[in-house]
Design a protein around this ligand. Structure first.
Ligand SMILES: Cc1cc2nc3c(=O)[nH]c(=O)nc-3n(C[C@H](O)[C@H](O)[C@H](O)COP(=O)(O)OP(=O)(O)OC[C@H]3O[C@@H](n4cnc5c(N)ncnc54)[C@H](O)[C@@H]3O)c2cc1C
Length: 413
């Protein structure tokens, strides 16, 4: 391994993991005026789970805190180029949230009521209007459908990561790839340094944003970061006549499937009932590139929505991709300082929303680190909240899978 020229020996903050969460946090810290922020990645930065995301931003969330983070993220993305001078291409598509069964329609209505209470703009639409807005959606059997005009998507997920990276570097942060953190030094209950094959970096503050490796990184400081990795797939079809990038994202929740325009075709992915859970700690040399992909899972989602998306019947596969979510036992992020070790902060536990909520989480953490308080109550995301539960690995695995499987399942179903 060649040591990069002038590998740093001191930093105000070391961020571990250059995915969406680490890059957004690095950018936000640099923007908040932290002078020496160093972001380290074991691989080429911006190449793991975040680079495989569907790129969907969703304002309608399951809790108030996630709704606030989603709104913040959308605001940051919309204003990013004006703020930084760095382009962050996004498609102002809006989205449609819809269901075809009475049970799922009730779930949509309940979520819409909550969402409106938390300030999300939602417009009830009928089948004809759904088809008018999104011609690739037939609009035949929707029992409940809402248009969310403020939603957007990023066509190629890596473009957002590169934008955060470039903006962070312009503000003086350093992003260094091929620099795995192999240890975290703790003295007197506080972080003092990180260790890498290129040397140690003295620092009083570390952010663990290591994605599916977050638990391994937490253990380096003697802290448990309870995340369970669960595989997720999506597919992009061959081009479809009439598809336009501006057509809305569609979430058809009775099929647990999302769809959007992509590269002239249709992207679709979903939450299967029997997902693959993996433990990266037990797989030497694990990276997202080594993850096996399963076409049958995507075939199931295609078949489940064919009635509403008939074009899918005649498409071929342009790209099949997959990566891992970091699920938590309660479906909420792990974000904030650890109580166990001073100076250890966590930004993980994405539960499938880490790409779109990264800008919001990064900005909240930066304000908190610099100003001493978060801008609003994010105690529901406290990284130590499971410390007294003493979850066994099996309990964490079962709970993480449950959260994944029930992403779009109505309560009590
Ligand atoms: C197919 C798919 C579709 C998705 N679609 C969406 C979507 O539409 N919207 C959405 O919001 N989310 C989506 N997600 C989820 C989203 O991708 C994740 O929530 C997000 O990428 C998590 O970001 P991260 O920064 O935690 O992880 P990563 O991007 O995996 O980054 C973690 C980084 O940490 C590094 N690292 C680990 N250990 C070390 C170490 N010891 N030293 C140095 N570096 C280390 C890794 O190399 C990696 O680069 C999707 C995920 C998948 C797989």
């Amino acid at each position: 391994m060649t040591t990069p020229p002038s590998f740093p020996t001191d930093a105000d903050v070391v961020v571990i993991g250059a995915g969406a969460l680490g890059l957004a946090t690095t950018y936000a810290l640099a923007k908040a005026g932290v002078p020496r922020v160093v972001l380290l990645d074991q691989f080429e930065p911006a190449t793991q789970a975040s680079a495989r995301a569907a790129g969907l931003f969703k304002l309608l969330q399951s809790s108030e805190v996630k709704t606030r983070l989603a709104a913040r993220s959308v605001l940051i993305v919309r204003g990013f180029e004006a703020e930084t001078g760095v382009p962050l291409p996004f498609v102002d598509s809006g989205s449609i949230y819809a269901a075809r069964t009475p049970q799922h329609a009730s779930m949509v209505e309940a979520e819409v009521e909550d969402g409106r209470g938390w300030g999300v703009e939602l417009v009830r639409i009928d089948n004809a209007e759904a088809h008018r807005l999104a011609p690739y959606l037939a609009g035949k059997h929707l029992l409940s459908a809402y248009h969310v005009p403020g939603d957007l998507y990023v066509e190629e997920p890596r473009s957002m990561l590169l934008a955060f990276w470039q903006a962070a570097e312009r503000l003086g942060a350093r992003v260094i790839g091929h620099a795995p953190v192999t240890g975290i030094r703790v003295a007197g209950g506080a972080v003092t340094a990180v260790e890498t094959p290129h040397g140690a970096i003295r620092t009083p503050l570390v952010v663990d944003s290591a994605g599916v490796w977050s638990r391994i990184v937490g253990w380096m400081a003697g802290v448990d970061v309870p995340v369970q990795s669960v595989r997720h797939h999506l597919r992009i079809t061959s081009p479809v006549a009439g598809m336009e990038a501006k057509q809305p994202v569609v979430r058809l929740i009775d099929a647990a499937t999302y769809l959007r325009p992509a590269r002239g075709g249709i992207m679709y992915g979903g939450f299967e009932q029997d997902p693959l859970a993996l433990d990266p700690a037990s797989i030497g040399g694990f990276s997202m590139d080594t993850l096996p992909l399963d076409h049958a899972t995507s075939d199931q989602f295609r078949d489940a929505v064919l009635d509403e998306f008939p074009d899918l019947a005649t498409t071929t596969v342009q790209e099949q991709r997959g990566g891992m979510f970091t699920m938590t036992a309660d479906g909420m992020f792990l974000a904030g300082p650890s109580d166990a070790v001073r100076g250890l902060w966590v930004a993980s536990g994405c539960n499938g929303s880490g790409f779109s909520l990264s800008a919001g989480i990064g900005s909240v953490l930066a304000e908190w680190i610099v100003g001493g308080d978060p801008p609003f109550d994010v105690s529901a995301l406290a990284p130590d909240r499971f410390a007294t539960a003493n979850l066994t690995d099996d309990q964490l695995r079962d709970a993480g899978i449950w959260q994944y499987v029930n992403y779009y399942v109505p309560p009590g179903a």
